[in-house]
Design a protein around this ligand. Structure first.
Ligand SMILES: [Zn+2]
Length: 318
């Protein structure tokens, strides 16, 4: 039927292990602007509540569709550069902060991930188009609506923003969670339940603090590398016929080689050959290896999405 990688559901038994990271290469969660090819000179049309429309040029400097961040100031957002971070605020209620060259961003208390990263070029800040066409309509469905057929983003007045109805926001998240195409809601849910983690880079540690952090633990740290699928479970199939289990193992072996050079890391492989390992056993084994030590479980997957071949990007779960 399709060859979606079904790795996501397997992670729950691993939560007690600590951080769980899954990387899918080639997967995606983007509502794409159609057409996205550079030669089609795509544009985005923004229609304001007043009925006035403006045409926004979409750039492909980095190979993915981006628009100048200043476009958001035309629809009521305040756009600022704060110590190298791009910060958007709306009606004093919503704060969205991006770091350049990182796909992760913070929407109020929630860390979300785009397929691509904001960047600076020619003294201007550029945002992946996905933020406008996917995240704005999903996070603020009452204010934004995007039609991919018409490349049209409808934007209501931000003054309408009323955030004193948390139920409405919950309902939005639930709806998102049922959307198999979007990884952002699951990530948001996981993070809302988890303790606040400083947005990497947004919180600077002083040299003194770094020394304390570095010296407080001297035993080895555990890295468990989990090459997805294996044996009778091939995972997804690439466009050229390569099986996910093969790609995952190749990546896992490369990571093992690189990390094994670190003397303070104890590196384990869930599988280092083409064999089937029960998905439940993976978490239990990793937890045993880790014991009481700090550790990370790195699960490698390579998703595919045959029904939408333009899909790209990656997913990360914490
Ligand atoms: Zn997989």
């Amino acid at each position: 039927m399709n060859s979606w990688c079904l790795g996501g559901g397997a992670f729950s038994p691993l939560h007690r292990f600590g951080i769980v990271i899954a990387m899918g290469f080639g997967a995606l969660t983007v509502a794409t602007l159609r057409p996205l090819q550079a030669q089609d000179r795509p544009i985005l049309v923004i229609e304001k509540e007043s009925g006035s429309t403006s045409t926004v040029t979409v750039q492909f400097d980095r190979g993915y569709a981006s628009v100048a961040a200043s476009v958001l100031s035309d629809i009521g957002w305040s756009v600022n550069d704060q110590n190298g971070a791009l910060v958007l605020t709306a009606a004093g209620e919503i704060k969205v902060s991006f770091r350049y060259d990182s796909p992760f961003f913070r929407w109020d208390g929630v860390v979300l991930q785009m397929a691509d990263s904001p960047y600076v070029t020619g003294g201007l800040a550029w945002l992946p188009l996905q933020f406008l066409t996917d995240f704005l309509p999903r996070r603020l469905p009452g204010l934004y609506d995007f039609s991919s057929e018409r490349s049209l983003l409808r934007a209501a007045n931000l003054e309408l923003l009323v955030l004193d109805d948390p139920i409405a926001l919950d309902a939005e998240d639930d709806e998102l969670e049922s959307d198999a195409v979007s990884g952002q809601s699951e990530l948001a849910h996981e993070l809302e339940a988890a303790p606040e983690v400083p947005f990497s880079g947004a919180v600077e540690t002083t040299q003194e603090e770094e020394q304390v952090l570095a010296s407080s633990y001297e035993d080895s740290r555990v890295v468990v590398i989990d090459a997805g699928h294996g044996g009778e479970d091939p995972g997804a199939l690439s466009a050229t016929g390569v099986r996910e289990k093969t790609i995952a193992l190749a990546i896992a072996l490369e990571i093992e080689k690189a990390l094994s050079e670190e003397s303070d890391l104890e590196v384990h492989m869930i599988r280092d050959e083409d064999r089937f390992v029960d998905v439940w056993a993976r978490g239990l084994t990793a937890t045993e290896w880790k014991g009481e030590r700090p550790g990370v479980f790195l699960s490698i997957h390579a998703n595919s999405f045959p029904a939408r071949r333009e899909a790209r990007g990656f997913e990360t779960y914490f």
